[in-house]
Design a protein around this ligand. Structure first.
Ligand code: DAK
Length: 258
């Protein structure tokens, strides 16, 4: 079935781009949109032609959070039964690199979705925030954890407890995002970054991503052990032979993901 709230583009070979498309509600993440996003990511992750995935909204909003109208009347038991976390957990399992291309509002669940991606490219107009406190709740999809790890306690506390939005410039300075561009260039920049990643060995990229993410939920020793296992494993790949041989022969490598 055709998705209603997302559009899938292919801006370059090996690069897929999922655009969140509920502009009338600033791309508020309702259950259907999240489910379509989950399914698209599952399919693109399995597609051998795809090596990097961009998620964007539009110029005005990446996403202004979970859909408040859909959540407002829910009880704790409703929330438990809906089990939206299984959708977010599935998205988190995407093995290929995810780049968030953010312009305008990235708030609440929108900010959390951007942070769940591996890198964030933002336009100068981007605003990041966790305003859930103003609704009488708190972040529920990783905001207290990923934001704190990215920007540190002082700024995370301020954002989560006051709901203050930060600009792209402040987000860059705080280490939340990778790059800032003028608004007309943010998508182009995200595609450039995605193309750069897709020129590498897809296998090495996936294993390296997995190892970097391991740093967030393991001790240094466990993380190093994990890194070592993936490092050894890559020596079983054709891409390792190709990458090193190409260096020796002074030519560009042709990686196959095998
Ligand atoms: N939900 C539903 N509709 C929204 C929305 C949202 N989050 N944000 C904006 N809209 C709608 C507005 O209601 C309005 O609709 P109409 O009135 O035109 O029908 C339309 O988008 C345009 O918005 P505004 O008229 O308000 O536009 P402004 O430029 O004046 O203001 C704004 C933009 C972004 C400052 C404002 O719209 C705003 O404050 N929006 C709410 C931001 C917010 O509080 N976000 C956090 C939501 S709570 C979970 C996972 C995640 C979450 C929870 C659970 N699980 C896994 C269980 C996440 C929770 C959240 O994100």
């Amino acid at each position: 079935m055709q998705p209603e709230f997302i559009i899938i583009h292919q801006p370059a070979p090996h690069v897929a781009h999922i655009q969140l498309n509920r502009p009338e509600a600033l791309n508020a993440l309702n259950l259907q949109l999240m489910s379509e996003l989950k399914e698209a990511l599952r399919d693109l992750d399995a597609d051998e032609q795809v090596r990097a995935i961009i998620i964007s909204g539009n110029e005005k909003a990446f996403a202004a959070g979970a859909d408040i109208t859909q959540m407002a009347g829910k009880s704790a038991v409703d929330m438990y039964n809906i089990d939206q976390f299984s959708t977010w957990d599935a998205i988190k399992k995407t093995k290929k690199p995810l780049i968030a291309a953010v312009s305008g509002f990235a708030l609440g669940g929108g900010c959390e979705l951007a942070m769940l991606c591996d890198m964030i490219v933002a336009s100068e107009t981007a605003r990041f925030g966790q305003p859930e406190i103003k609704l009488g709740v708190m972040p529920g999809a990783g905001g207290t954890q990923r934001l704190t790890r990215a920007v540190g306690k002082a700024l995370a506390m301020e954002m989560v407890l006051t709901g203050r939005f930060i600009s792209a410039a402040e987000a860059l300075q705080a280490g939340l995002i990778n790059r800032v561009t003028p608004v007309e260039l943010y998508l182009e920049e995200a595609v450039k970054l995605a193309r750069e990643l897709s020129a590498m060995s897809p296998l090495a990229v996936k294993m390296a991503k997995e190892a970097v993410l391991k740093a967030f939920d393991s001790s240094l020793d466990e993380g190093l052990h994990f890194e070592r296992k993936n490092f050894y494993l890559l020596f079983a790949s054709e891409d390792q032979k190709e990458g090193m041989q190409a260096f020796i022969e002074k030519r560009p490598p042709a990686f196959k993901g095998k």
